[in-house]
Design a protein around this ligand. Structure first.
Ligand SMILES: NC(=O)c1ccc[n+]([C@@H]2O[C@H](COP(=O)([O-])OP(=O)(O)OC[C@H]3O[C@@H](n4cnc5c(N)ncnc54)[C@H](OP(=O)(O)O)[C@@H]3O)[C@@H](O)[C@H]2O)c1
Length: 226
């Protein structure tokens, strides 16, 4: 039987790359965009159905959960994220900018995962949160983008709470670093192509099915220090 993945935030960049890679490996893909007008690239991909979702809007998440009732997800991949106020250190960013960054990168992914968890296969499903090496408390500081890194550290922290509250389950949780990748967020100087990162991440997620536990790892499967 074909496996099913739900990818949150797939209009461009890594989310779009993940949709292409899962599809090319025979998965059924449900992929979300904020604006249906941005779904052209996605709707060209075989086995992809497109849903509209703003991850930060609880009513939008609730509506998606209701539309997907009865669907069993092998993988829930929470990819959506923002860079925040680029180049601004913490003492220059506004309260609104910081609030939006931390809400989008740390709080909204966990709220969404809690709402959609009943759809995830309890025997062997995988929930993936798109983190970053910049979120590592041990190695992130000094690598730049300090506010963004702190938002991903907060995501990792909240993910560990999510895992602690899962109890006895066959669900595996991954905190994923995709590498530094050429996207709107990663920029032109990034060394990795979307295809390389997406291929690696799909391999790691597929390997994780049914293994259980929680790991912080990169697209090549290397474990990262928290
Ligand atoms: N690129 C890298 O080098 C790198 C490295 C480490 C981690 N990451 C992480 O990887 C993920 C994807 O990054 P990317 O490089 O592909 O970035 P990107 O090109 O900027 O794409 C970001 C995606 O997230 C979506 N998104 C943002 N806010 C959303 C919301 N509130 N609700 C739903 N979707 C939302 C965007 O949708 P719209 O098109 O509607 O804006 C877009 O599809 C992010 O979590 C990022 O932090 C990236």
């Amino acid at each position: 039987m074909n496996k099913t993945v739900l990818i949150i935030g797939a209009s461009r960049g890594l989310g779009l790359g993940l949709a292409k890679q899962f599809s090319s490996e025979g998965w059924q893909v449900i992929a979300t965009v904020r604006t249906p007008q941005q779904a052209d690239a996605l709707s060209q991909i075989p086995r992809v159905s497109v849903e509209t979702l703003d991850m930060n809007d609880a009513a939008s998440v609730d509506a998606l959960a209701r539309r997907l009732e009865g669907t069993q997800l092998d993988v829930l991949f929470v990819n959506a994220g923002v860079a925040g106020p680029q180049g601004k250190p913490a003492n220059l960013a506004t309260e609104t900018e910081v609030g939006h960054l931390f809400y989008t990168n740390a709080v909204a992914p966990l709220r969404l995962a809690e709402r959609l968890l009943p759809l995830v296969n309890t025997k062997q499903g995988v929930v993936v949160f798109m983190s970053s090496i910049l979120g590592s408390v041990e190695t992130g500081p000094g690598m730049g983008m300090s506010l963004y890194g702190a938002s991903k550290a907060a995501l990792n922290h909240m993910t560990r709470t999510f895992v602690a509250e899962l109890g006895e389950t066959g669900v595996t949780v991954l905190s994923m670093h995709p590498g530094w990748v050429k996207t709107d967020m990663g920029g032109e100087q990034a060394p990795l192509e979307v295809e390389t990162s997406a291929r690696g991440m799909v391999e790691q997620v597929t390997k994780a099915l049914g293994t259980g536990g929680h790991r912080y790892l990169d697209y090549q499967g290397d474990l990262l220090p928290w």
